[in-house]
Design a protein. Sequence first.
Length: 234
Amino acid sequence: MTDADIAKYNAAQAALEYVKDGMVVGLGTGSTAAHFVRLLGERVRQGLRVKGVPTSEATRNLAEQVGVPLVDISQINAIDIDVDGADEIDAAFRLIKGGGGALLREKIVAAASARMIVIADESKWVETLGAFPLPIEVTRFGFALTRERVRSALRQTGCAGDEVNLRVSGKANEPVITDGGNYILDAHAGRIPDAEALDAALKQVAGVVEHGLFIGLAHVVVLGKAKGAEVRSR
């Protein structure tokens, strides 16, 4: 494993301490969350009883492979903890998430959880959010109009940049389609001076399904290092 992978693994391993027998656990999406799902599968094989709620089809497939029992989100009333990664984290525990494209389901699960445990390598801790492009899930219908209104929201809230790109993949540069059947816009804000103001502005844009600013949701941040992990609590 690379140094970054080791740090991600150490963060995921430290997060296992928060999982108790009988819990319903939100299972995040992304490379760091994948380490956690695999480690949780090992604990299940050792006798731990949990039920997982995956935040993406990729996570669902991985959980099934490693033997983590799953429950459909429509069958539960609450989630005990959610363990998920982040693309950026600031000192107020505000996050940018969605680099892996699962931000809508990730936010639904995080908001329904009693506690959100964020796992990441220490490079994800930043002074100000915005260097990582902010993912915004939008309806396919009218997405070009939605993109222009997103650009206006960036300018109105003082962001350093206003470039907004449709996320594409593959040799044919086809638009990425989320598990919910939507497009993703990546907003290159550069620097987000007022995350709360941008959050409010984006909520007013018709066509925006959800965005990757997670504010007031994270309770604990576990930052993986080359050796061990550092735990920070809000």
